[in-house]
Design a binder for this molecule. Sequence first.
Ligand code: URA
Length: 200
Amino acid sequence: MIEDNRTELLRQIKDEVINLKTSPLYAERMRNKAHCVIGEGSHCASIMFVGEAPGRNEALTGRPFAGAAGRVLDEMLATVGIVRKDVYITNIVKDRPTNNRDPLPEEIACYAPFLDRQIEIIQPKIIVMLGRYSMKYLLEKFGLGAELTTITRMHGKLFMAQASYGTLTLMPIYHPAATLYNPNLKKDLAKDFELLKGFI
Ligand code: URA
């Protein structure tokens, strides 16, 4: 798939999400004059990060990981010499849940097909799952649901999956926001990022 085609297909996803009146979060986005957050980065990225849902800063700017959690993500990328524009960063849920509450199953179900399409278009070699929601959704999507335990046990483990375009690695890691509440997790997160050097 040539890059222009990827850009066009991703633009279509953006248009569809902007107009997604069936979403349980659509009315609130309109009321708050907020943005949906589709994703950003290289359309040919070999590394894709999938978070949970936009927070306040993301809904204000329309960019994923634009606040405090994003600064941790940027810091981790820098420690392994990866430039943010060379990876692709997105979330399962594309609109901000009220007051940053955890996403509801119906919200995940509503937006997950867009994530599925983003994966097919970008065709990453590895998907890094930021936190338990993306870990659960993606392991189940790729038939690895039986492997699911807690993020504490699973972070930094590499799982091989079969995507339509070839073999794909899945790696759960702690959500960067978790390190803001528990700074001890930062060294585990940094260690897991080291594994990404093999996928650049
Ligand atoms: N947390 C997420 O999961 N995604 C973002 O984009 C920002 C914070």
